[in-house]
Design a binder for this molecule. Structure first.
Ligand SMILES: Cc1cc2nc3c(=O)[nH]c(=O)nc-3n(C[C@H](O)[C@H](O)[C@H](O)COP(=O)(O)OP(=O)(O)OC[C@H]3O[C@@H](n4cnc5c(N)ncnc54)[C@H](O)[C@@H]3O)c2cc1C
Ligand code: FES
Length: 268
């Protein structure tokens, strides 16, 4: 794990939506260690600051792919970088998705908004070895049709089921409308033999996890990726504390059996 930012160069940049950009980064020197799906890097925009960003494509060689939504100073600076620009990279940090737990089982991969980005490397990994897993269902929600990420990839993802829904449809939207939880009843999974992977706003995570548990998925079989403000990312500063957990070290991916009691306490 690299604790000092290593220089990486932007070699590819793709605008996913009006506020979200995917970058491919190539090491300009010594690369950081290989990431696992679900882990995150601290990306440093020179002169502006450093933020946690998950891997958004399965690791391949020395390159890193990240998808960033511009919400504030640092994420806006990163989204503004063009090919040839440099960023600093520390990592890999945090717990990965436990993909091995899904071996032989059905998968429910459920993302809200930018939450689909940390899930994409998991989907890549499953699709690369489909014989090891049961049915793959990918469900995604976004605020509007213009906010949907990775639209082109959806047809290849859900085997047997993938679907998207939006909160606020545009005039020309012919698809589903409503929160992502409403897609669960359409998915094809055997609750007792299912592992679910959830990432998105906390309210979405709580509602979706509750619905899955109501349908018979075990809480420990619902893996969720949680966000808190991060500074050191090495378990020292305490910024990312959630109850007894430091999410940079004990998360971001945790089982819902562990997360649920912590997410229901407002002060945490
Ligand atoms: C483990 C982890 C993985 C992440 N992965 C990604 C990713 O793959 N892609 C991506 O775009 N973002 C990701 N984020 C969120 C990203 O780190 C924040 O958007 C970023 O820190 C905002 O910093 P800023 O300086 O741009 O904005 P700030 O000025 O710090 O914040 C702008 C607004 O965003 C809110 N905000 C700040 N941090 C967070 C946060 N962590 N979660 C929710 N809201 C926040 C603030 O309350 C404020 O309203 C991840 C966060 C964590 C903890
Ligand atoms: S970010 Fe410092 S302890 Fe987690």
């Amino acid at each position: 794990m690299s604790l000092i930012p290593r220089p990486y160069r932007v070699v590819d940049r793709r605008e996913e939506t009006h506020d979200t950009v995917t970058f491919v980064l190539d090491p300009a020197g010594e690369p950081v260690d290989v990431f696992a799906p679900g882990q995150f890097a601290m990306l440093y925009a020179f002169g502006v600051g450093e933020i946690p960003v998950s891997l958004s494509r399965a690791p391949g060689g020395r390159r890193l792919t990240h998808t960033v939504r511009a919400v504030g100073a640092v994420s806006r600076a990163l989204c503004g970088l063009t090919a040839g620009a440099f960023v600093g990279v520390r990592g890999p940090f945090g717990t990965p998705w436990d993909i091995e737990a899904a071996r032989g089982r059905d998968l429910l991969v459920i993302g809200g908004g930018i939450g689909l980005a940390p899930l994409r490397p998991l989907i890549d990994t499953v699709l690369a070895q489909p014989y090891r897993f049961g049915r793959l269902n990918v469900l995604a929600g976004a605020r509007t049709p213009d906010d949907l990420l990775f639209k082109d990839e959806f047809p290849a993802w859900g085997k047997p089921f993938s679907a998207v829904t939006v909160d606020r449809p545009s005039d020309d939207w012919g698809g589903r409308v409503g929160v992502v939880t409403t897609l669960v009843h359409e998915a094809r999974f055997r609750p007792g033999r299912t592992i679910a992977f959830l990432c998105g706003p906390e309210v979405m995570i709580r509602a979706t996890a509750r619905e899955l548990i109501r349908r018979g998925v075990r809480p420990s079989h619902v893996q969720v990726s949680l966000e808190r403000t991060m500074r050191c990312a090495t378990g020292h500063c305490g910024h990312c504390q959630l109850g007894p957990l430091l999410l940079c070290r004990d998360g971001p991916v945790v089982g819902y059996d562990l997360a649920e009691p912590l997410l229901t306490v407002r002060e945490l």
